[in-house]
Design a protein around this ligand. Sequence first.
Ligand SMILES: [Zn+2]
Ligand SMILES: [Zn+2]
Length: 165
Amino acid sequence: MITKNSPAGPPATESGATLRARGLRLTTPRRIILDVVRATDAHPTATSVYRRVRRRLPRVSLATVYRNLRLLAARGFLAERADAGGMRFDGNTLAHDHFTCLACGRIYDVPPRADGAARARLASRTGFEVLDHRTEFYGRCGACRGPRGRSPVKGPTPVKGHRRR
Ligand SMILES: [Zn+2]
Ligand SMILES: [Zn+2]
């Protein structure tokens, strides 16, 4: 039997006490940064976290915010994801996939794709040992696809049928 030894990060409700227990000193900026990222599901950029942190900590610098975001991510308190627009931070450290709305640019959390078939297929085709995978979904969110919210999607343009055989 294989036991699942998950390297998953701490649960999202973790307190400052646990933060200290993991060898990360709970400085005020660090706690506020963590609060700010966890308070939103908008997958903010460092700049947007910085703007919010500054309301509570007017003298903080963007460099400090950025450095602490990376540190918190490295320790598993936050997740980071590289995006076309730069690095984004995610307070949700549980396994999940993302849906990006091509009309409004918002990134939504969606339940992780459960099937291991894609992994197995890749493993058998390449001989790679596949440990994890992520699925990215793209499209239009509920707000954007409504009858009035028809913002044109600037995604890959579908090929029109002028290359018939
Ligand atoms: Zn949208
Ligand atoms: Zn997320």
